[in-house]
Ligand binder design. Structure first.
Ligand SMILES: NC(=O)c1ccc[n+]([C@@H]2O[C@H](COP(=O)([O-])OP(=O)(O)OC[C@H]3O[C@@H](n4cnc5c(N)ncnc54)[C@H](O)[C@@H]3O)[C@@H](O)[C@H]2O)c1
Ligand SMILES: O=P(O)(O)OC[C@@H](O)[C@@H](O)[C@H](O)[C@H](O)CO
Length: 381
């Protein structure tokens, strides 16, 4: 069995690569980072170090590596004979890998089982976004895509920090992981991947993950950054940051319990578990990594505005989420292109225009006025 995996970064090597290796897949990593691909191509194996409670070390081998910018035809040829394609490149990058997947689908022999395509990104229904881009590309006609590929949405959860310089290909990760996959597209032929949970409806799981783990994580990063802290575990150890994160998760809990019918005690246990995960001091994770790309994180259906808008539509004013949105608006990192752009949007636009542009909320939305006030406060600083 062979998978082509786009994105040989933190989650690619430290999570998707590890689980698919353990499931018996040969992995062909495809990435545009030339030095990383050269290193992977020259290596026989790398190690995944799980740190925290019950630490462990796993070895990943049986992989190859291709530069998808320099050798796109070779990647297409691999996809044409692969069983699976996975991605962990970031939601905004999916459109760039879609053309290679479309060409790979077009090149498949008719007798092959459908290619199983899964985008492992932090976004609601990321695989749908990828599928739409593959179909829009046109290299494979709609009929070929229908018969030669299946697309399944997934939710992936494992904290994988940026790796220390000099660590080579080895990856330090937390011990916890969860990979939930929508089983319906496979029609009974889902892949056997130990550790994966297949579900009939992914919606509740991806929203719970994004609006608990990622809302809480980003809140920790933005409150922590504002408090002058660098590590996520240090931010979690700050009582004031922790209390505000806790309050944010109380609000998203209210939404998730009401919307998806999770038992309140089950959701509370999920929240408690992630607070412990954020506090893992063995994990060298930073507020700058977790806060990265604030414009993506403040967009309409993402971890802040998504749940806050739904609460407001239900007549609830989300105070703690608004405080976190205020901290996100002030996230400053000169090395982060989106943080720089966010600052210039705030500097160059009246509050209402900035609110609309950053959050995608229409002025008539019940959340708009409250976010607009937070934007005004950020501009006044
Ligand atoms: N790190 C985590 O804790 C974590 C956990 C769950 C989900 N995720 C999600 O996984 C995705 C990847 O995150 P990450 O932390 O591994 O980021 P990362 O930056 O470590 O890895 C991304 C990789 O994609 C590569 N890439 C960029 N453009 C590409 C292209 N056009 N073709 C092929 N490769 C390309 C980059 O070179 C990089 O190696 C994101 O959607 C993220 O939200 C991350
Ligand atoms: O990857 P992002 O930028 O969407 O979010 C940053 C972190 O919150 C994220 O990478 C988490 O570590 C991960 O989602 C945990 O499963």
């Amino acid at each position: 069995m062979k998978t082509v995996h786009f994105g040989a970064g933190n989650i690619g090597r430290g999570f998707v690569g590890l689980l698919l290796h353990n499931a018996g897949y040969e992995i062909v990593f495809a990435d545009v980072a030339a030095a990383l691909i050269d290193q992977l191509a020259a290596a026989d194996s790398y190690q995944v170090h799980e740190v925290g409670e019950n630490p462990a070390v796993h070895t990943v081998d049986n992989f190859r590596a291709l530069n998808s910018a320099a050798a796109p035809d070779a990647v297409v040829a691999e996809i044409a004979t692969a069983d699976m394609v996975t991605t962990a490149v970031g939601p905004n990058i999916l459109k760039f890998v879609a053309p290679l997947i479309a060409r790979g689908i077009a090149a498949r022999d008719a007798g092959l089982a459908p290619l199983q395509v899964m985008a492992c990104e932090n976004a609601i229904n990321a695989t749908d976004i990828l599928e739409a881009a593959v179909r829009a590309d046109g290299a494979a006609g709609q009929a070929a895509v229908d018969s030669a590929a299946v697309f399944a949405n997934t939710a992936v959860d494992r904290i994988v920090p940026n790796q220390a310089p000099g660590q080579g290909l080895d990856v330090t990760v937390e011990t916890f992981f969860e990979w939930v996959i929508d089983k319906t597209p496979f029609r009974g032929a889902e892949p056997a991947i130990p550790g994966v949970t297949f579900v009939d409806s992914l919606g509740p799981y991806i929203e719970r993950k994004l609006f608990t783990v990622n809302t809480g994580h980003a809140s920790t990063a933005y409150f922590g950054r504002a408090a002058g802290l660098e590590k996520i575990s240090d931010a979690m150890a700050d009582p004031s940051v922790q209390a505000r994160v806790r309050a944010v998760l109380e609000e998203t809990k209210q939404l998730l319990v009401a919307k998806h019918g999770f038992a309140e005690a089950e959701q509370e246990a999920y929240v408690q578990k992630i607070l412990v995960r954020f506090a893992n001091e063995h994990l060298p994770d930073t507020v700058v990594r977790v806060g990265r790309a604030p414009l993506r994180k403040l967009s309409r259906h993402e971890r802040f505005i998504g749940p806050a808008a739904e609460l407001a539509e239900n007549g609830v004013k989300p105070a703690a989420l608004l405080e976190a949105i205020g901290a996100a608006l002030r996230f400053d990192d000169p090395g982060d292109a989106e943080a720089v752009e966010l600052a210039s949007i705030l500097a160059d636009n009246p509050a209402a225009a900035a609110t609309e542009r950053i959050t995608g909320l229409a002025p008539a939305h019940p959340l708009f006025a409250a976010v607009n006030a937070v934007v005004e406060a950020a501009q006044a600083r």
